[in-house]
Design a protein around this ligand. Sequence first.
Ligand code: HEC
Length: 98
Amino acid sequence: MKKLMIAAVATTALFSSASFAQAPAKAATCVGCHGADGNSMVPNFPKLAGQHAAYLEKTLKDFRDGFRKDATMGPFAAGLTDEEIKELAAYYASQTQK
Ligand code: HEC
């Protein structure tokens, strides 16, 4: 029983620490172009990894609200909430640029 408790606590600790670096749900739609951790493999898709969160947040809002226009990127920013943008920005900012 005691072992079981320890295992449960360890698992919880693992999950809560891992969830910090875990990609937000919306990042699934960005993977194809920007890579799973924001390190895009293709030069015409900018790398997001390690970019400043404030910059990512502003630029995503600019795409969403039509201040920055791009036929490829624009549709993916459309419909993101402020909260989702904040999570995406924090996630990519926490990744290491390779
Ligand atoms: C179909 C490919 C594609 C998908 C999917 C896509 N993007 Fe982009 N993204 C681009 C392209 C192309 C650009 C460059 C646009 C430009 O030059 O203005 C861009 C630019 C950006 C930028 C600006 C980077 C900079 O350095 O200024 C951010 C931030 C960004 N994308 C975030 C995202 C996020 C977050 C998602 C998912 C919700 C996403 N993108 C999905 C293609 C894509």
